[in-house]
Design a binder for this molecule. Structure first.
Ligand code: NAP
Length: 297
C-alpha cells in the first residue's frame, strides 16, 4: 500500500494535486525549483526536499508535474535528478504533458534501476486540480497501475488505463489537438459575432445550449466576454503542446492541417506578449487583425 509520496513541480496543476494528497492523509514530501512554492506545504506538515534526488528518498511513489520535456530532462535525468536518488522497488509517475518518446526514455531509464514507471497525464485545469475533479489517463505495467489507482482516485473524477507506456501521453496529445481546435473555433466565432454586431451575451446563451456546446467553450467564452484572461492553462503551454502534437503526428504521418493554422495563431498571440495569460488569449491575435475587442456590453 502506498503511504509516502513525493510531489515535484508545484505549479498551477501540481499545487492543487499536492494539496489533495495532503488532505487524503498521505505522508508528503515536496520539491519545486522555486522554493517559495513549497512554503504553504511545509506549514501543513510536508517535508521539503532540497533536490529531486533527495525528494525521491524513502517514499513509495514519486510524482512530478512539470512544464515540458526540457523540465523533465532536468528534473529526472539532470545532476541531483530523481534518477540519482530513486531506488529499486519504488514507483515513479510523470503527469506532465510530454512526447510519448520522452515517456519511453523515462521508462527505460527507471527500468535499469528496478523502478516502475507510469505516464499519467490529465485533462482539466486549475479548478479541476484543486477540486480533485481531473480526468486522468494512465499507462504502464497494469499491476503497478492497480497499486497507484487509489492515489489517483484522490486527484480525479475518472481514471482510464491505456496499456503500454507512452499511450496515456499519446491520448493527452490527441485530446489537446481537439482542445486547440475548439479554442480557435471559439475565438474566430466570437470575433465574427462581434463584427456582425450580434449581442455577445445572447451568442453565449446559444453556445451554452446548442448541440455543439462544451464546458470548455462555455467557461472560456464567458471569461473572454469579461476580459478575464487569468491563467488556468497558459497560452505558452498550449503553444508548447501544439509543437508536441506536430512532432507526434508527423512521426506517424497523420495529417493535422487545422492544427498548423492554430499553432501560427498561438505563436502570433505569444509574440504579442500574451504567453503568460490564459490560452483563451489567443483571441487577441485575431482581435488585432480584425480591429475589434470582444467584450460583453
Ligand atoms: P506551471 O504552472 O507553469 O508549472 C510548471 C512547473 O514546472 C513549475 O513547478 C515549474 O517550476 C516547473 N519547471 C519548469 N521548468 C523547470 C525546470 N527546468 N526545472 C525544474 N522545474 C521546472 O504549469 P502547469 O499549468 O502546472 O502545467 C504543468 C504541466 O501540466 C505541463 O506539461 C502542462 O502542459 C500540463 N497541463 C496543464 C494543464 C493546465 O490547465 N494548466 C492541464 C493539463 C495538463 P517553477 O515554479 O520554479 O517555475
Amino acid at each position: 500500500m502506498i503511504k509516502a509520496i513525493s510531489y515535484l513541480g508545484l505549479g498551477t496543476m501540481g499545487s492543487g494535486m499536492a494539496s489533495n494528497l495532503l488532505k487524503a492523509g498521505y505522508q508528503l514530501t515536496v520539491w519545486n525549483r522555486s522554493i517559495e512554492k513549497c512554503k504553504p506545504f511545509a506549514r501543513k506538515g510536508a517535508r521539503v526536499a532540497g533536490t529531486p534526488a533527495d525528494a525521491a528518498r524513502d517514499v513509495d511513489l514519486v510524482i512530478y508535474m512539470l512544464s515540458n520535456d526540457q523540465a523533465v530532462e532536468d528534473v529526472v535525468f539532470g545532476a541531483k535528478g530523481i534518477l540519482s536518488g530513486i531506488k529499486e522497488g519504488q514507483i515513479a509517475m510523470d503527469m506532465s504533458t510530454v512526447l510519448p518518446a520522452m515517456s519511453s526514455r523515462e521508462q527505460e531509464a527507471y527500468a535499469k534501476r528496478g523502478v516502475d514507471f507510469l505516464d499519467v497525464p490529465v485533462f482539466g485545469s486549475k479548478q479541476e486540480s484543486a477540486d480533485a475533479k481531473l480526468w486522468i489517463m494512465a499507462a504502464g505495467n497494469k499491476a503497478i497501475f492497480e497499486k497507484v489507482k487509489p492515489v489517483l482516485e484522490h486527484l480525479g473524477q475518472t481514471v482510464h488505463y491505456f496499456g503500454k507506456n507512452g499511450n496515456a501521453v499519446a491520448m493527452k496529445l490527441v485530446g489537446n489537438l481537439i482542445v486547440a481546435l475548439e479554442m480557435e473555433a471559439l475565438a474566430e466565432g466570437l470575433v465574427l459575432a462581434q463584427k456582425a454586431g450580434l449581442d455577445l451575451n445572447t451568442v453565449m446563451e446559444v453556445v451554452k445550449v446548442a448541440d455543439f456546446r462544451s464546458p470548455l467553450l462555455v467557461s472560456n467564452g464567458q471569461n473572454i466576454l469579461k476580459r478575464d484572461f487569468s491563467t488556468s492553462f497558459a497560452l505558452k503551454l498550449m503553444l508548447k503542446d501544439a509543437g508536441l502534437i506536430e512532432k507526434f503526428a508527423g512521426s506517424l504521418q497523420s495529417p493535422i492541417p487545422a492544427l498548423r493554422v492554430v499553432e501560427k495563431n498561438l505563436q502570433s498571440a505569444v509574440d504579442l506578449g500574451f504567453g503568460k495569460e490564459n490560452a483563451s488569449a489567443l483571441i487577441k491575435a485575431l482581435e488585432k487583425e480584425a480591429g475589434v475587442e470582444v467584450k460583453a456590453h
